[in-house]
Design a protein around this ligand. Sequence first.
Ligand code: NAI
Ligand code: MG
Length: 487
Amino acid sequence: MKSKKTESSTSWLYSPSPESTAHISLRESYDLYINGKWEKPISGKYFDSINPANEKHLAKIAHADQADIDKAVKAARKAYDTAWSKLSGSERAKYIYRIARIMQERARELAVIESLDGGKPIRESRDIDIPLACNHFFYYAGWADKLEYAFPTRKVEALGVAGQIIPWNFPLLMAAWKIAPALATGNTVVLKPAETTSLTALKLAEIIHDAGLPPGVVNIVTGFGDTGAAIVNHPDINKIAFTGSTNVGKIIQKAIAGTSKKATLELGGKSANIIFDDAPIDQAVEGIVNGIFFNQGHVCCAGSRLYVQESVAEKVIQKLKDRIQTLYVGDPLDKNTDIGAINSKEQLQTIDKYIKIGIKEGAEIYQPACNLPKKGFYCPPTLFTNVAQSNLIVQEEIFGPVLTVQTFRTVDEVIQKANNTPFGLAAGVWTDKGSRIFNLTTKLRAGVVWANTYNKFDPSSPFGGYKESGFGREGGVHGLSAYVKLS
Ligand code: NAI
Ligand code: MG
């Protein structure tokens, strides 16, 4: 299916180039992967996973309740006590490498399923999500037998059973971020994907099965918030790793207060992208577009607040408008698509609500003309200018392709504005001046600061936030710390 074109004559019309789904096999229904077997949910309940690009049904997914979670945690405990904690690091590494290699072999299938189930453009799932997910397993496999070098002079022990709850914006990648370091450090896992994007995690369960991991080392359970809460509240879990909304992060923190459970929480963001007048403007405009419109803006570290130095503001805003006119919004499986489907109807409603709020707050809206597909959940790229720092659209996470644009005059002013948010996940700085970059990286209260680039990820780089964006780091050597007890 061909997506829209704007009335602008500045862009080309490409012929549709849909990725084939012929090589994909999905079961009619998916059970829970517990103790190395596919188990029916005790309640007998299932829910539908749909394709947000056309609202078509994809598969039935088991809805796990407390009794199922109890089975999964028991399996993980037994696997920890009798199998996984008994293996040497180099033996664990072999299993983790095997997972990475099978994922690579099945990369095309995983990419297509990721786009079908979650709505992200195939170009991104194919070139970013799946390769990065494989790389996380490769990277942490490398650490499994070198933990004494990661923590010199310390005794390193696993924590035990890790409960992991992940969101829908990078389904397989988030599963890899969570599972790979946990296994490398000798923990066993109960992981729950988000309810709208369970399929690649279930495919990962098949891969883990084929890799021959001892039963119970990784358990994949599906369901909604109640399923996640059953994991969080299970008494025999030693560690909770969560990525998702700040609201649920707060609920989890309360739930585990006073217990011995360790936690890492990676929550929301409202990250600033800052352009100085000496920046390479065309490159910066590409970076801004990538920073907010990549993955429909469903990125916790999306550069959703743009700060432009006043002297170049007019030029940057015009270039941004011209550029977003050329973005293709539509079928995620079309290789030309830049902006795919919004992950769910609920998320589209949230985004629409904020767009209305922005207009009501008096901001000036710009959206290119788009012929959005009739079925499915879509939102055109949206710019808001003439906004104030106190506006809700500047303060709250929208999690969609919506960018607010403000101007600034001095370095101190922009640092103050960029830091004026409850979040602190990421930031971007665009300038020709190295000293300015270093000045800002020390003063911006953000876990990641990119300079003259945006949304670049690597398994060896730590990632995580300040303030309400959460605590703990994932990725790199830092990511190992979250899964070990040191003495
Ligand atoms: P959410 O936080 O409700 O969902 C994330 C995961 O937590 C899902 O697997 C969900 O089933 C689970 N969950 C929900 N309630 C739970 C509970 N009480 N205990 C344990 N687990 C629970 O996020 P949602 O509702 O899908 O999205 C809402 C907003 O959250 C988005 O609009 C966005 O602003 C933000 N968000 C941020 C993400 C990030 O990467 N930091 C990812 C997804 C959403
Ligand atoms: Mg889905």
